[in-house]
Design a protein around this ligand. Sequence first.
Ligand code: FES
Length: 103
Amino acid sequence: MGFDFPGKEWVTTYIPLASSIALALYVVWDARRPKVGLVNPDIQKDQQKVVHSIDVEDIGEKLSICRCWRSKTFPLCDGVHKVHNRETGDNVGPLRLKRRDVA
Ligand code: FES
């Protein structure tokens, strides 16, 4: 049915299929590639600025604050900076806050 021409299957099948595969591969590649130039690759990207507050009174004996921006418990460190460092050659780690022993 419809207009028929030589190579029609290329236009109607193979080119759209190849384009869809290429697009899917690009989406996967783009999601996995390091976001060069971004300090924050994923956290609260819908916000203009990411700000957290922790009351000093709420800190127990110690607390580790994430500085790699990859923690799933951000702003708290979950240790994933080790993976980031291994994959990128970076050397980031948390800011550790601890109470001084008061006698
Ligand atoms: S997870 Fe980010 S500094 Fe530890």
